[in-house]
Design a protein around this ligand. Structure first.
Ligand code: GUN
Ligand code: FE
Length: 447
Protein backbone atom coordinates (compact mmCIF):
# COMPACT_ATOMS: atom_id res chain seq x y z
CA UNK A 1 0.00 0.00 0.00
CA UNK A 2 1.40 3.37 -1.03
CA UNK A 3 1.70 5.91 1.71
CA UNK A 4 1.82 9.63 1.07
CA UNK A 5 3.82 12.17 2.99
CA UNK A 6 2.51 15.73 2.76
CA UNK A 7 5.05 18.36 3.77
CA UNK A 8 3.98 21.87 4.75
CA UNK A 9 3.02 24.07 7.66
CA UNK A 10 0.57 22.05 9.74
CA UNK A 11 -2.33 23.71 11.61
CA UNK A 12 -5.02 21.82 13.51
CA UNK A 13 -7.22 22.78 16.47
CA UNK A 14 -7.58 20.82 19.69
CA UNK A 15 -10.28 23.03 21.20
CA UNK A 16 -11.94 26.36 20.56
CA UNK A 17 -9.37 29.11 21.24
CA UNK A 18 -10.40 30.97 24.38
CA UNK A 19 -8.69 34.10 23.04
CA UNK A 20 -5.94 35.34 20.74
CA UNK A 21 -3.19 34.02 23.06
CA UNK A 22 -4.58 30.54 23.64
CA UNK A 23 -1.72 28.60 22.03
CA UNK A 24 -2.84 25.36 23.75
CA UNK A 25 -5.93 25.33 21.55
CA UNK A 26 -4.03 24.39 18.43
CA UNK A 27 -1.08 22.53 16.99
CA UNK A 28 1.11 24.53 14.62
CA UNK A 29 4.27 23.06 13.10
CA UNK A 30 6.40 25.24 10.82
CA UNK A 31 8.17 22.36 9.04
CA UNK A 32 5.46 19.78 9.51
CA UNK A 33 4.22 16.70 7.76
CA UNK A 34 1.20 14.44 7.54
CA UNK A 35 1.56 10.75 6.74
CA UNK A 36 -1.50 9.50 4.87
CA UNK A 37 -2.32 5.83 4.34
CA UNK A 38 -5.55 4.08 3.43
CA UNK A 39 -7.55 7.30 3.59
CA UNK A 40 -6.45 7.99 7.15
CA UNK A 41 -3.92 10.24 8.85
CA UNK A 42 -1.26 7.86 10.13
CA UNK A 43 1.26 10.39 11.38
CA UNK A 44 1.53 14.08 12.15
CA UNK A 45 4.49 16.03 13.46
CA UNK A 46 7.83 17.54 12.55
CA UNK A 47 8.81 16.62 8.98
CA UNK A 48 12.01 14.66 9.82
CA UNK A 49 10.22 12.58 12.46
CA UNK A 50 7.21 11.73 10.33
CA UNK A 51 9.41 11.08 7.27
CA UNK A 52 11.40 8.53 9.27
CA UNK A 53 8.13 6.74 10.10
CA UNK A 54 7.67 5.77 6.43
CA UNK A 55 10.86 6.06 4.37
CA UNK A 56 9.11 4.68 1.25
CA UNK A 57 6.21 7.11 1.31
CA UNK A 58 5.61 9.29 -1.76
CA UNK A 59 6.54 12.85 -0.82
CA UNK A 60 4.35 15.76 -1.88
CA UNK A 61 5.97 19.03 -0.92
CA UNK A 62 3.36 21.70 -0.26
CA UNK A 63 5.74 24.20 1.32
CA UNK A 64 5.23 27.09 2.00
CA UNK A 65 1.49 26.41 2.17
CA UNK A 66 -0.62 25.58 5.22
CA UNK A 67 -2.05 22.08 5.72
CA UNK A 68 -5.38 22.19 7.54
CA UNK A 69 -8.38 19.91 7.96
CA UNK A 70 -10.89 20.19 5.08
CA UNK A 71 -13.62 22.76 5.65
CA UNK A 72 -17.11 21.77 6.81
CA UNK A 73 -20.28 23.51 5.60
CA UNK A 74 -23.34 22.88 7.81
CA UNK A 75 -26.10 24.29 5.59
CA UNK A 76 -26.17 24.23 1.80
CA UNK A 77 -28.70 23.39 -0.93
CA UNK A 78 -27.47 20.96 -3.56
CA UNK A 79 -30.28 21.77 -6.09
CA UNK A 80 -29.43 25.47 -6.01
CA UNK A 81 -26.11 25.43 -7.88
CA UNK A 82 -27.87 27.31 -10.71
CA UNK A 83 -29.89 29.60 -8.41
CA UNK A 84 -26.91 31.39 -6.83
CA UNK A 85 -26.82 35.08 -7.87
CA UNK A 86 -30.51 35.52 -8.75
CA UNK A 87 -31.39 39.18 -8.52
CA UNK A 88 -33.58 41.37 -6.43
CA UNK A 89 -35.71 39.43 -3.96
CA UNK A 90 -36.03 38.65 -0.28
CA UNK A 91 -36.71 35.17 1.04
CA UNK A 92 -40.31 34.32 0.09
CA UNK A 93 -40.16 36.02 -3.34
CA UNK A 94 -36.74 34.52 -3.96
CA UNK A 95 -38.09 31.02 -3.24
CA UNK A 96 -41.15 31.47 -5.44
CA UNK A 97 -39.46 33.30 -8.31
CA UNK A 98 -36.19 31.45 -8.66
CA UNK A 99 -35.69 28.56 -6.29
CA UNK A 100 -38.83 26.48 -6.53
CA UNK A 101 -38.89 26.58 -10.36
CA UNK A 102 -35.23 25.52 -10.45
CA UNK A 103 -35.77 22.65 -8.01
CA UNK A 104 -38.52 21.19 -10.23
CA UNK A 105 -35.76 20.33 -12.74
CA UNK A 106 -34.39 17.77 -10.26
CA UNK A 107 -37.30 15.45 -11.07
CA UNK A 108 -35.02 14.38 -13.93
CA UNK A 109 -32.42 11.96 -12.47
CA UNK A 110 -29.94 12.76 -15.27
CA UNK A 111 -30.06 16.43 -14.36
CA UNK A 112 -29.66 15.59 -10.68
CA UNK A 113 -26.61 13.43 -11.44
CA UNK A 114 -24.97 16.12 -13.57
CA UNK A 115 -25.60 18.72 -10.89
CA UNK A 116 -24.24 16.42 -8.16
CA UNK A 117 -20.95 16.27 -10.08
CA UNK A 118 -20.91 20.03 -10.47
CA UNK A 119 -21.78 20.49 -6.78
CA UNK A 120 -18.91 18.35 -5.48
CA UNK A 121 -16.49 19.90 -7.97
CA UNK A 122 -17.38 23.28 -6.48
CA UNK A 123 -17.14 22.11 -2.88
CA UNK A 124 -13.68 20.60 -3.27
CA UNK A 125 -12.45 23.50 -5.40
CA UNK A 126 -13.35 25.70 -2.43
CA UNK A 127 -11.71 23.42 0.15
CA UNK A 128 -14.93 21.95 1.57
CA UNK A 129 -14.81 18.22 2.23
CA UNK A 130 -18.01 17.66 4.24
CA UNK A 131 -21.40 19.35 3.98
CA UNK A 132 -24.83 19.02 5.52
CA UNK A 133 -27.06 19.56 2.49
CA UNK A 134 -30.68 19.86 1.42
CA UNK A 135 -31.61 17.88 -1.69
CA UNK A 136 -34.83 18.54 -3.66
CA UNK A 137 -38.14 16.90 -2.81
CA UNK A 138 -37.39 14.09 -5.27
CA UNK A 139 -36.02 10.90 -3.78
CA UNK A 140 -33.84 10.47 -6.86
CA UNK A 141 -32.10 13.79 -6.12
CA UNK A 142 -30.92 12.38 -2.79
CA UNK A 143 -29.82 9.17 -4.51
CA UNK A 144 -27.77 11.26 -6.97
CA UNK A 145 -26.32 13.27 -4.08
CA UNK A 146 -25.21 10.17 -2.17
CA UNK A 147 -24.08 8.15 -5.20
CA UNK A 148 -21.70 10.86 -6.35
CA UNK A 149 -20.39 11.41 -2.80
CA UNK A 150 -19.75 7.68 -2.54
CA UNK A 151 -17.87 7.71 -5.87
CA UNK A 152 -15.61 10.42 -4.46
CA UNK A 153 -15.47 8.85 -0.97
CA UNK A 154 -16.71 12.10 0.60
CA UNK A 155 -18.28 12.29 4.07
CA UNK A 156 -21.58 13.90 3.14
CA UNK A 157 -24.79 14.36 5.08
CA UNK A 158 -28.06 15.13 3.33
CA UNK A 159 -31.70 14.45 2.89
CA UNK A 160 -34.58 14.96 0.52
CA UNK A 161 -36.69 17.92 1.56
CA UNK A 162 -40.14 17.07 2.87
CA UNK A 163 -42.65 19.68 1.61
CA UNK A 164 -46.37 19.13 1.18
CA UNK A 165 -47.84 22.62 0.82
CA UNK A 166 -47.22 26.23 -0.27
CA UNK A 167 -45.02 25.33 -3.23
CA UNK A 168 -45.63 24.40 -6.89
CA UNK A 169 -47.50 21.12 -7.36
CA UNK A 170 -44.45 19.54 -8.99
CA UNK A 171 -42.46 20.03 -5.77
CA UNK A 172 -44.96 18.56 -3.33
CA UNK A 173 -44.82 15.20 -1.61
CA UNK A 174 -47.44 14.14 0.94
CA UNK A 175 -47.09 13.40 4.63
CA UNK A 176 -47.04 9.70 3.75
CA UNK A 177 -44.78 9.75 0.66
CA UNK A 178 -42.41 12.18 2.38
CA UNK A 179 -42.13 9.69 5.23
CA UNK A 180 -41.82 6.63 2.97
CA UNK A 181 -39.19 8.18 0.69
CA UNK A 182 -37.16 9.51 3.61
CA UNK A 183 -37.27 6.10 5.28
CA UNK A 184 -36.18 4.33 2.10
CA UNK A 185 -33.29 6.78 1.74
CA UNK A 186 -32.25 6.29 5.38
CA UNK A 187 -32.25 2.52 4.90
CA UNK A 188 -30.25 2.86 1.67
CA UNK A 189 -27.69 5.44 2.73
CA UNK A 190 -27.44 6.27 6.43
CA UNK A 191 -24.16 4.81 7.68
CA UNK A 192 -23.21 3.42 4.25
CA UNK A 193 -19.52 4.24 3.95
CA UNK A 194 -19.12 7.90 4.85
CA UNK A 195 -22.78 8.87 4.16
CA UNK A 196 -25.17 10.09 6.86
CA UNK A 197 -28.83 11.00 6.49
CA UNK A 198 -30.55 14.19 7.62
CA UNK A 199 -34.31 14.19 8.07
CA UNK A 200 -35.22 17.39 6.23
CA UNK A 201 -38.59 19.12 6.61
CA UNK A 202 -37.78 22.20 4.48
CA UNK A 203 -39.40 24.72 6.87
CA UNK A 204 -42.68 25.16 8.70
CA UNK A 205 -44.34 27.02 5.82
CA UNK A 206 -44.01 24.13 3.38
CA UNK A 207 -45.06 21.36 5.77
CA UNK A 208 -48.52 20.56 7.15
CA UNK A 209 -48.70 19.56 10.82
CA UNK A 210 -49.32 16.00 9.56
CA UNK A 211 -46.03 16.07 7.70
CA UNK A 212 -44.14 17.40 10.72
CA UNK A 213 -45.70 14.55 12.75
CA UNK A 214 -44.25 12.12 10.23
CA UNK A 215 -40.86 13.86 10.38
CA UNK A 216 -41.00 13.55 14.18
CA UNK A 217 -41.83 9.84 13.83
CA UNK A 218 -38.72 9.40 11.68
CA UNK A 219 -36.60 11.17 14.30
CA UNK A 220 -37.95 8.81 16.97
CA UNK A 221 -37.28 5.77 14.77
CA UNK A 222 -33.81 6.90 13.69
CA UNK A 223 -32.38 8.94 16.57
CA UNK A 224 -28.88 8.91 15.13
CA UNK A 225 -29.96 10.64 11.92
CA UNK A 226 -29.46 14.38 11.66
CA UNK A 227 -32.33 16.85 11.34
CA UNK A 228 -32.13 20.04 9.29
CA UNK A 229 -34.57 22.83 8.57
CA UNK A 230 -34.87 26.65 8.55
CA UNK A 231 -35.82 28.95 11.43
CA UNK A 232 -36.60 32.68 11.76
CA UNK A 233 -34.76 33.90 8.70
CA UNK A 234 -37.08 36.68 7.60
CA UNK A 235 -39.90 38.74 9.20
CA UNK A 236 -42.52 37.86 6.54
CA UNK A 237 -41.59 34.19 6.88
CA UNK A 238 -42.10 34.36 10.64
CA UNK A 239 -45.50 36.09 10.30
CA UNK A 240 -46.65 33.52 7.71
CA UNK A 241 -45.49 30.66 9.94
CA UNK A 242 -47.38 32.04 12.93
CA UNK A 243 -50.55 32.32 10.80
CA UNK A 244 -50.19 28.67 9.76
CA UNK A 245 -49.48 27.45 13.31
CA UNK A 246 -51.62 29.78 15.47
CA UNK A 247 -51.30 27.62 18.58
CA UNK A 248 -47.51 27.56 18.57
CA UNK A 249 -45.86 29.76 21.19
CA UNK A 250 -43.35 30.93 18.59
CA UNK A 251 -41.69 29.68 15.38
CA UNK A 252 -39.34 27.23 17.10
CA UNK A 253 -42.25 25.79 19.05
CA UNK A 254 -43.59 24.38 15.75
CA UNK A 255 -40.52 22.15 15.46
CA UNK A 256 -40.30 21.51 19.21
CA UNK A 257 -43.91 20.33 19.31
CA UNK A 258 -43.17 17.75 16.67
CA UNK A 259 -40.14 16.26 18.39
CA UNK A 260 -37.63 17.72 15.95
CA UNK A 261 -35.17 19.36 18.35
CA UNK A 262 -32.03 17.78 19.77
CA UNK A 263 -28.26 17.95 19.57
CA UNK A 264 -28.32 16.57 16.00
CA UNK A 265 -30.68 19.29 14.77
CA UNK A 266 -29.39 22.17 12.60
CA UNK A 267 -31.54 25.27 12.16
CA UNK A 268 -30.52 27.49 9.28
CA UNK A 269 -30.42 31.22 10.05
CA UNK A 270 -32.05 31.52 13.53
CA UNK A 271 -31.86 35.32 13.31
CA UNK A 272 -35.00 36.92 14.76
CA UNK A 273 -35.36 34.86 17.92
CA UNK A 274 -37.63 35.44 20.91
CA UNK A 275 -36.33 34.82 24.45
CA UNK A 276 -38.27 31.57 24.82
CA UNK A 277 -36.81 30.27 21.58
CA UNK A 278 -33.30 30.96 22.84
CA UNK A 279 -34.12 29.08 26.07
CA UNK A 280 -35.39 26.15 24.02
CA UNK A 281 -32.25 26.10 21.86
CA UNK A 282 -30.11 26.04 25.01
CA UNK A 283 -32.19 23.27 26.60
CA UNK A 284 -32.37 20.99 23.57
CA UNK A 285 -28.80 21.43 22.33
CA UNK A 286 -29.99 22.22 18.78
CA UNK A 287 -27.55 24.18 16.60
CA UNK A 288 -28.30 27.45 14.84
CA UNK A 289 -26.50 27.56 11.49
CA UNK A 290 -25.16 31.05 10.82
CA UNK A 291 -25.27 31.79 7.07
CA UNK A 292 -23.62 35.20 6.67
CA UNK A 293 -23.42 35.63 2.88
CA UNK A 294 -27.04 34.54 2.54
CA UNK A 295 -28.29 36.74 5.36
CA UNK A 296 -26.73 39.83 3.78
CA UNK A 297 -27.73 38.86 0.24
CA UNK A 298 -31.43 38.30 1.02
CA UNK A 299 -31.43 41.21 3.48
CA UNK A 300 -32.53 38.79 6.19
CA UNK A 301 -30.79 40.27 9.23
CA UNK A 302 -27.83 40.08 11.58
CA UNK A 303 -27.13 36.82 13.44
CA UNK A 304 -26.43 37.36 17.16
CA UNK A 305 -23.50 34.98 17.55
CA UNK A 306 -22.28 36.29 20.92
CA UNK A 307 -25.77 36.45 22.40
CA UNK A 308 -26.41 32.79 21.61
CA UNK A 309 -22.92 31.65 22.62
CA UNK A 310 -23.34 33.37 25.97
CA UNK A 311 -26.29 31.05 26.55
CA UNK A 312 -24.11 28.01 25.86
CA UNK A 313 -25.63 27.42 22.43
CA UNK A 314 -23.21 25.97 19.90
CA UNK A 315 -23.60 27.82 16.60
CA UNK A 316 -22.37 26.29 13.39
CA UNK A 317 -21.45 28.31 10.31
CA UNK A 318 -22.44 27.67 6.71
CA UNK A 319 -22.73 29.04 3.17
CA UNK A 320 -26.44 28.43 2.38
CA UNK A 321 -25.69 28.40 -1.36
CA UNK A 322 -27.82 29.28 -3.46
CA UNK A 323 -29.03 32.15 -1.24
CA UNK A 324 -25.44 32.21 -0.03
CA UNK A 325 -23.23 33.94 -2.56
CA UNK A 326 -20.08 31.83 -2.32
CA UNK A 327 -19.15 28.20 -1.78
CA UNK A 328 -16.06 29.42 0.03
CA UNK A 329 -15.96 29.00 3.79
CA UNK A 330 -13.24 31.69 3.71
CA UNK A 331 -15.62 34.18 2.10
CA UNK A 332 -18.24 33.01 4.60
CA UNK A 333 -15.85 33.99 7.41
CA UNK A 334 -15.23 37.32 5.71
CA UNK A 335 -18.94 38.21 5.75
CA UNK A 336 -19.32 36.75 9.25
CA UNK A 337 -16.62 39.10 10.46
CA UNK A 338 -18.55 42.08 9.07
CA UNK A 339 -21.93 40.98 10.43
CA UNK A 340 -20.40 40.64 13.89
CA UNK A 341 -18.64 44.02 13.53
CA UNK A 342 -22.02 45.69 12.90
CA UNK A 343 -23.13 44.39 16.30
CA UNK A 344 -19.99 45.27 18.24
CA UNK A 345 -18.86 41.62 18.22
CA UNK A 346 -15.53 40.40 16.95
CA UNK A 347 -14.41 37.24 15.17
CA UNK A 348 -10.75 36.48 15.80
CA UNK A 349 -9.09 34.47 13.00
CA UNK A 350 -8.09 31.64 15.34
CA UNK A 351 -11.69 31.17 16.40
CA UNK A 352 -12.80 31.60 12.78
CA UNK A 353 -10.57 28.78 11.47
CA UNK A 354 -11.50 26.58 14.41
CA UNK A 355 -15.17 27.20 13.53
CA UNK A 356 -15.01 26.02 9.89
CA UNK A 357 -13.01 22.91 10.85
CA UNK A 358 -13.20 21.34 14.32
CA UNK A 359 -16.02 23.64 15.50
CA UNK A 360 -18.48 22.55 12.81
CA UNK A 361 -17.27 18.95 13.19
CA UNK A 362 -17.99 19.07 16.93
CA UNK A 363 -21.46 20.55 16.34
CA UNK A 364 -22.08 17.54 14.07
CA UNK A 365 -20.64 15.21 16.72
CA UNK A 366 -18.08 14.05 14.15
CA UNK A 367 -14.85 15.51 15.55
CA UNK A 368 -13.48 12.00 16.08
CA UNK A 369 -13.41 11.52 12.29
CA UNK A 370 -13.18 14.95 10.62
CA UNK A 371 -12.26 18.55 11.39
CA UNK A 372 -8.79 17.91 12.87
CA UNK A 373 -5.50 16.38 11.74
CA UNK A 374 -5.31 13.92 14.64
CA UNK A 375 -3.77 10.53 13.96
CA UNK A 376 -6.45 7.96 13.10
CA UNK A 377 -8.92 10.47 11.64
CA UNK A 378 -9.97 10.67 8.00
CA UNK A 379 -7.46 12.34 5.69
CA UNK A 380 -9.68 15.21 4.50
CA UNK A 381 -7.14 17.98 4.12
CA UNK A 382 -6.99 21.42 2.55
CA UNK A 383 -3.79 23.11 1.36
CA UNK A 384 -4.01 26.89 1.75
CA UNK A 385 -2.01 29.46 -0.19
CA UNK A 386 -2.13 32.77 1.63
CA UNK A 387 -0.33 34.51 -1.28
CA UNK A 388 -2.74 33.28 -3.95
CA UNK A 389 -3.35 36.70 -5.50
CA UNK A 390 -1.16 39.74 -6.04
CA UNK A 391 -3.15 41.68 -3.47
CA UNK A 392 -2.75 38.90 -0.90
CA UNK A 393 0.98 38.51 -1.58
CA UNK A 394 1.44 42.25 -1.11
CA UNK A 395 -0.42 42.17 2.21
CA UNK A 396 1.45 39.05 3.33
CA UNK A 397 4.79 40.88 3.01
CA UNK A 398 3.72 42.76 6.13
CA UNK A 399 2.24 39.80 8.05
CA UNK A 400 4.31 38.70 11.02
CA UNK A 401 2.15 36.21 12.93
CA UNK A 402 0.08 33.14 12.18
CA UNK A 403 -3.05 35.02 13.27
CA UNK A 404 -2.29 37.80 10.79
CA UNK A 405 -1.82 35.29 8.00
CA UNK A 406 -5.08 33.54 8.89
CA UNK A 407 -6.87 36.88 8.87
CA UNK A 408 -5.59 37.62 5.35
CA UNK A 409 -7.09 34.27 4.28
CA UNK A 410 -10.30 35.00 6.22
CA UNK A 411 -10.85 38.36 4.53
CA UNK A 412 -9.22 37.98 1.10
CA UNK A 413 -9.24 34.22 0.51
CA UNK A 414 -11.50 32.22 -1.79
CA UNK A 415 -11.05 29.26 -4.15
CA UNK A 416 -7.83 30.80 -5.49
CA UNK A 417 -6.30 30.13 -2.06
CA UNK A 418 -7.10 26.43 -2.23
CA UNK A 419 -3.90 24.92 -3.61
CA UNK A 420 -5.20 21.37 -3.16
CA UNK A 421 -7.98 19.45 -1.44
CA UNK A 422 -7.54 15.85 -0.29
CA UNK A 423 -10.59 13.66 0.30
CA UNK A 424 -9.79 10.49 2.24
CA UNK A 425 -6.18 10.99 1.19
CA UNK A 426 -6.86 11.49 -2.52
CA UNK A 427 -5.89 14.78 -4.19
CA UNK A 428 -9.02 16.09 -5.88
CA UNK A 429 -7.15 17.99 -8.58
CA UNK A 430 -6.00 14.57 -9.86
CA UNK A 431 -9.40 12.93 -9.70
CA UNK A 432 -10.92 12.84 -13.16
CA UNK A 433 -14.06 14.80 -12.54
CA UNK A 434 -17.05 14.59 -14.78
CA UNK A 435 -18.12 18.18 -15.00
CA UNK A 436 -21.56 19.40 -15.91
CA UNK A 437 -21.66 19.89 -19.68
CA UNK A 438 -20.51 23.35 -20.69
CA UNK A 439 -23.36 25.12 -22.39
CA UNK A 440 -22.80 26.86 -25.68
CA UNK A 441 -22.69 30.62 -25.21
CA UNK A 442 -26.37 31.42 -24.68
CA UNK A 443 -28.27 34.16 -26.42
CA UNK A 444 -29.15 36.50 -23.60
CA UNK A 445 -32.34 38.50 -23.58
CA UNK A 446 -31.83 42.17 -22.86
CA UNK A 447 -34.17 42.51 -19.90
N1 GUN B 1 -36.26 28.60 3.67
C1 GUN B 1 -36.91 27.57 3.10
N2 GUN B 1 -36.25 27.12 2.02
C2 GUN B 1 -35.15 27.89 1.91
C3 GUN B 1 -34.07 27.90 0.98
O1 GUN B 1 -33.99 27.13 0.03
N3 GUN B 1 -33.11 28.83 1.21
C4 GUN B 1 -33.16 29.71 2.24
N4 GUN B 1 -32.19 30.59 2.40
N5 GUN B 1 -34.17 29.72 3.12
C5 GUN B 1 -35.15 28.82 2.94
FE1 FE C 1 -31.11 27.36 3.43
Amino acid sequence: MTKTLLRGRVLSFRSEPAGPDDADAYLYIEDGALLVADGLIEGVGEFPTVAAQAPDAVLIDHRPHLLMPGFIDTHIHFPQVQVIASWGAQLLDWLNTYTFPEETRFADPDHARAMACAFYDQLTAHGTTTALAFCSVHRSSADAFFEEAERRNMAMIGGKVMMDRNAPEALLDTAQTGYDDSKALIDAWHGKGRARYAITPRFAITSTPEQLDMAGALVAEYPDCFVQTHLSENRDEIAFTKSLYPKARDYLDVYQNHGLLGPRTFLGHSIHLEPREIDALAETGAHPAFCPTSNLYLGSGLFDDAGLRDRGISNSIATDVGAGTSYSMLQTLNEAYKILQLQGQILHPLRAFHWITRGNAAALGMQDRIGTLEVGTDADIVVLDSRATGAMALRMERAETLAEELFVLQIMGDDRSIAETYVAGVAQSNVSQIRAPENAIPRLALA
